[in-house]
Design a protein around this ligand. Structure first.
Ligand SMILES: O=P(O)(O)O[C@@H]1C[C@H](O)[C@@H](CO)O1
Ligand SMILES: Nc1nc2[nH]cnc2c(=O)[nH]1
Length: 291
């Protein structure tokens, strides 16, 4: 009798699958971007600033999963930002939507096959660090892959070395120069007061964390909690991309027992929309410095 799970080929897309999807995406534009941007929940305002846009809907790419979450519209946008060719993902995939972890970050492999070398990732997150406030931005200096630590690492499954190495060091995932440049840009724009640098912890979601859980997350050393980004950043590094991530703090978690405040997805979207224009301006300045 065959061993259970002996067919490892069912885990993951093949190199050829990814190449085929990338070719499909590339058919739609003559641009060959090296900068890729993944827009977090409600944070796709940056797409408005993209000039010479070509939109490629995920559902038009054979085999490509679709986004199902409010605030994630589900298409790639080719175009230029400050004259630089970019490829945006308006809509990401989350583990809690029911996708296996290896599928959640497969668009990053497609981006790599398209030619992306620098990956900029945004997300909406809850603030755990008591020095933060709603509306702050946290440049991600490191992450805690809670699903990964508990056996749901995005790189689990058969490894094709053409994607990257079997074993990956994930310290230093977030590019130091890009982090520094973003902080400088924001400070020059007069917003040094809202910019922080910290550790993002990924939970599987879709539940927002309980009071006991947020205490644990803080004890682990995390400054913000969210439900995405880490698989994308890990696959980005696995693909030898330069990775940058920034979290918008959409709410502050409450550590007190009996707290009446309960965050909702609409609260997250509201703060994301309030900050959309500012984030757009920051990214417009930031991309100028990316080679
Ligand atoms: O895609 P991101 O991580 O920005 O989305 C956050 C986390 C959940 O998907 C959602 C919760 O409101 O926002
Ligand atoms: N509290 C909290 N707020 C969020 N905003 C976006 N994601 C999250 C999360 O996981 N927790």
């Amino acid at each position: 009798m065959a061993a259970i799970n002996s067919d490892l080929s069912v885990i993951g897309y093949t190199f050829e699958d990814i190449q085929a999807m990338a070719s499909e995406v590339l058919k739609h534009s003559t641009l060959r971007p090296k900068i890729g941007i993944i827009c977090g929940t409600g944070l796709d305002g940056i797409a408005e600033a993209v000039e010479n846009q070509t939109v490629v809907s995920y559902d038009s790419i054979p085999g490509f999963p679709v986004s199902t979450v409010k605030g994630h519209s589900g298409h790639f946008v080719f175009g230029t930002l400050q004259g630089k060719a970019v490829l945006l993902m308006r809509g990401r995939l989350h583990y809690y939507e029911g996708y296996p972890m290896w599928k959640v970050a497969m668009p990053v492999r497609v981006m790599k096959a398209v030619g992306i070398e620098t990956l900029l990732v945004t997300n909406a997150a809850g603030g755990l660090n008591p020095d933060y406030k709603t509306g702050d931005l946290m440049v991600i200096k490191d992450h805690i892959d809670l699903p990964g630590l508990t056996g749901e690492c995005v790189l689990i499954g058969k490894n094709d070395e053409r994607f990257g190495p079997r074993f990956l060091a994930t310290n230093g995932t977030y590019d130091k120069d890009l982090r520094q440049k973003f902080m400088e840009v924001v400070a020059e724009m007069g917003h040094a007061d809202i910019i922080k640098e910290g550790v993002y912890i990924m939970i599987g979601g879709p539940t927002f964390s309980s009071t006991a859980e947020v205490r644990v997350l803080r004890m682990f050393g995390a400054d913000a909690v969210g439900m995405s980004t880490v698989p994308e950043a890990v696959v980005g590094r696995h693909s030898s991309m330069r990775v940058f991530g920034v979290s918008l703090i959409t709410d502050m978690v409450d550590f007190e027992d009996g707290s009446q405040f309960q965050v909702t997805h609409d609260d997250v979207l509201k703060v994301a929309h309030q900050r959309a224009q500012l984030m757009k301006k920051m990214f417009l300045k930031f991309v100028q410095f990316i080679d």
